[in-house]
Design a protein around this ligand. Structure first.
Ligand SMILES: Nc1ncnc2c1ncn2[C@@H]1O[C@H](COP(=O)(O)OP(=O)(O)OP(=O)(O)O)[C@@H](O)[C@H]1O
Ligand SMILES: [Mg+2]
Length: 361
């Protein structure tokens, strides 16, 4: 088990900067998810913790010790990758034993057997132990790769998009299993993904990485409800948060180019939002609702049926707005409807910087 800290890490490859001033603090036993788009620097971050890459600047601490001069083996971390690298001509049991066989470890045979059996039981692959790995399904292979990490009993598990090659159903099942596994082992997990649903459903904490910088770190709840800026607001959530340009006029929210108005629950949140300052209003689709007599008229531009709910695209002038409504809502394309929003759920962002006013003050 271990506590991991990254302090002011920067990494450049030639003249390309992959990471800038990165600070991370992952508590012992935490399931931490690093979320970012492709090229954000996620793999680079993992490789630096694993000791496969050196930071250009900054320090990596494991349990308070600066590990700059420690090789990958000494760091005692296990890296699980998207592309599982199993030995195809060997059985599952042999694949699981392999990380325990090097001479330096010198584990007694009984101990090796015990660890392999235990990992197989945990991952529910006992019935596969004598099978060759090239006869396994994708999900089974990924379980075996995770098993290869577990048997080592590492201090830290580093997982680089381990579920992204699997189909949707399997991905969902393994998400739950991995989360359970982490709680059972009480181990520190750093899990990397570009999938915001994975991040929100698995993480105790989520760090959002954008172009090599951490934009926000927090619980999934904090990140979802109080995104630090418009980047996080539009990256997390599906469909994403609606972002509409506007300003406050006498305590009312006025959408600038479109000139429609919605009620706004003022109070503490408006502190920095002086009248007329250019703002972006953020509202989640589930906080927009249709109601006869509501303040603004829109046309139904599109309807997506998702089973329990529908996602409507509303058109006001030439602006689009998403609303998540119950599936029983009966609407047709081009129908005129009236909508409002939950004024308590509106998030204000500064138009120039994109920063959430609650974070700026
Ligand atoms: N060895 C390298 N040499 C040069 N550039 C590199 C090297 N490794 C990574 N990069 C660059 O650093 C940036 C971050 O790469 P990284 O692999 O960490 O991204 P990522 O977030 O893991 O992306 P993905 O989701 O596609 O895996 C990218 O622009 C990448 O091209
Ligand atoms: Mg990567």
């Amino acid at each position: 088990m271990a506590h991991i800290q990254l302090k002011n890490i920067s990494k450049t490859f030639g003249n390309h900067t992959a990471l800038t001033g990165l600070d991370l603090d992952i508590a012992d036993g935490e399931f931490f998810v690093l979320l970012g788009e492709t090229g954000a620097g996620k793999t680079t971050t993992l490789r630096m913790i694993a000791g496969l890459e050196k930071p250009t600047e900054g320090q990596v601490f494991i349990d308070g010790v600066d590990v700059a001069n420690w090789g990958a083996a000494e760091r005692d971390v296990a890296l699980v990758l998207q592309q599982y690298s199993l030995y195809p001509r060997y059985t599952v049991r042999e694949n699981l034993e392999f990380p325990l066989k090097p001479k330096i470890r010198r584990l007694p045979d009984a101990e090796i057997k015990d660890r392999v059996d235990r990992a197989a039981r945990t991952l529910r692959i006992e019935h596969l132990l004598d099978r060759k790995t090239d006869r396994l399904s994708g999900g089974e292979m990924q379980r075996v790769s995770i098993g290869r990490a577990i048997v080592r009993k590492p201090r830290v598990f580093l997982m680089d998009e381990p579920l992204s090659a699997l189909d949707a159903k399997l991905r969902e099942a393994l998400r739950t299993e991995l989360k359970n596994l982490q709680m059972q082992l009480g181990a520190t997990f750093l899990f990397v993904t570009h999938d915001q649903i994975e991040a929100m459903s698995m993480g105790d904490k989520v760090g959002v990485l954008n172009h090599g910088r951490i934009v926000q770190t927090g619980t999934p709840h904090e990140i979802y409800n109080n995104p630090r800026d418009t980047y996080v607001a539009s990256f997390v959530g599906s469909p994403p948060m609606n972002l509409i340009d506007g300003k406050l006029v006498d305590g009312r929210a006025v959408m600038a180019p479109l000139n429609f108005e919605l009620p706004f629950a003022g109070g503490a949140k408006t502190g920095a939002a002086a009248d007329g300052r250019p703002l972006v209003f953020g509202i989640r689709p589930e906080d927009v609702y249709l109601e006869t007599g509501a303040p603004v008229e829109a046309r139904i531009h599109d309807v997506e049926n998702h089973g329990v709910e529908k996602i409507l695209t509303l058109r006001v002038g030439d602006a689009m707005l998403r609303a998540t409504v119950p599936a029983r809502t009966d609407v047709e394309i081009e129908q005129a409807v009236r909508f409002a929003w939950n004024p308590d759920k509106v998030v204000l962002f500064d138009k120039g910087s994109g920063i959430n006013l609650r974070h700026a003050s």
